[in-house]
Design a protein around this ligand. Structure first.
Ligand code: PLP
Length: 386
């Protein structure tokens, strides 16, 4: 063999007796076939066979299998971000003339997708009050194909009555999708409550280290999943095996991190609640948080992500209060090792419900630092508020 060829070809080595606890990273665009017949008939390998890197490698399949087992889905598929998961579900399953009902507190990018793109494709878009079954019932119609939930929803964290919503949607012949990013499949088994499509941003708790973006879509029905998978092939949507390996690693500690964040959130919300500068805290395990009863009925845990509403007049000290934080970092997203805080506003992103009072919501996400240090931060934060 000539040197140029030796440089190109990688020798096979003996792998017998090698077994690692770490999943291997299988990178591929090309998959090679043993002979011409195998290549010619590659499409017969089916959705679980290998034919091209975009459609999966053993690394991405391992992550899909892990997520599928945790969620109880018939099939789970990876997409490049949490928002891609929401978007692909809608784009793959809705057609011109179909009607989609989206919860009013949906992740903001889901709302923009609906307003800017779904409408452009002739899909009829409407929003419903996340906590009112009557409102949902009044807006559902014969063309309604999909009812989109997010429970608890973005920013205001209202918990939805998923089994009741599923019953209403079924009666109308519509599918139900749910963004389950906050709870993950650890705390809410959405498929068991009747949800057809479960969307999750693995960017948050599953990856757990704030260093990548990925999403997962899980389906109760294999046929629907394969329809969406074919759409992903046509639109060229797939994920990097390196990122999938990082999520596989992150997930090994996910249950511990999730439980730690929940315990920390209990302590921090108690401290915040006792202070006069705090008017409200939205966090489903708190009895006066919207949907507490539903959370208690349907969920087995809580993410360490909660939203604080300040008392009237207190927000004038907010910039100083955020500046006083030593352990919390200021930034969006959540579910990583670092505790984060981000002031948010809803603006015009609600139409079926109203934002009462000042449009200022401070979202906290508890990470893995010592809770005493986070408590000291909260005290310093509160001391700056009027
Ligand atoms: C973060 C988030 C997303 C989007 O996830 P990305 O991976 O950042 O695109 C979607 N839904 C919810 C509820 C989220 O919190």
């Amino acid at each position: 063999m000539r040197d140029e060829t030796k440089c190109v070809l990688t020798p096979m080595v003996n792998e017998a007796g090698y077994k690692s606890l770490a999943p291997a990273v299988h990178r591929a665009s090309t998959i090679v076939f043993e002979d011409a017949k195998a290549y010619a008939t590659r499409s017969r390998r089916g959705p679980d066979g290998y034919s091209y890197g975009l459609y999966g490698t053993p690394t991405t399949r391992q992550l899909e299998a892990k997520l599928q087992a945790l969620s109880g889905a018939a099939r789970t598929m990876l997409v490049p971000s949490g928002q891609a998961s929401n978007a692909v579900a809608a784009l793959a399953l809705l057609s011109a003339g179909d009607h989609v009902l989206i919860t009013d507190n949906a992740y903001p990018a889901m709302r923009s997708l609906a307003d800017d793109d779904l409408r452009r494709f002739g899909i009829l878009v409407d929003y419903y009050d996340p906590t009112s079954l009557e409102d949902l019932r009044s807006r559902i119609r014969p063309e309604t194909k999909l009812v989109w939930c997010e429970s608890p929803g973005s920013t205001t964290l209202e918990v939805q009555d998923i089994p009741a919503i599923v019953a209403i949607a079924r009666e109308a012949g519509a599918m139900v999708g749910c963004d389950n990013t906050w709870a993950t499949s650890l705390a809410f088994k959405a498929h068991a409550f009747g949800v057809d499509i479960v969307s999750e941003a693995l960017t948050k708790y599953a990856s757990g280290h704030s260093d990548l973006l990925m999403g997962a879509m899980s389906f109760t029905d294999e046929g629907t999943a394969l329809k969406v998978r074919a759409f992903m092939g046509r639109t060229g949507i797939g994920v990097s095996p390196d990122d999938a390996a990082l999520v596989l690693r992150g997930m090994e500690t996910m249950a511990l991190r999730f439980a730690h964040a929940e315990a920390g959130a209990h302590r921090l919300t108690a401290r915040l609640k006792a202070h006069p500068a705090v008017a409200d805290i939205y966090w489903p395990p708190l009895e006066d948080s919207p949907g507490y009863d539903l959370w208690k009925r349907d969920f087995t845990g809580a993410a360490g992500v909660f939203t604080v509403v300040l008392a009237e007049g207190a927000s004038s000290g907010l910039d100083d209060a955020l500046g006083a934080l030593k352990t919390f970092a200021i930034g969006a997203s959540w579910g990583g090792t670092r505790s984060l805080v981000a002031p948010m506003s809803i603006g015009t992103a609600r139409s079926a419900t109203e934002v009462k009072g000042e449009d200022l919501f401070i979202r906290f996400s508890v990470g893995l630092e010592a809770i005493e240090e986070l408590e000291a931060d909260i005290d310093a934060f509160l001391a700056c508020l009027k």
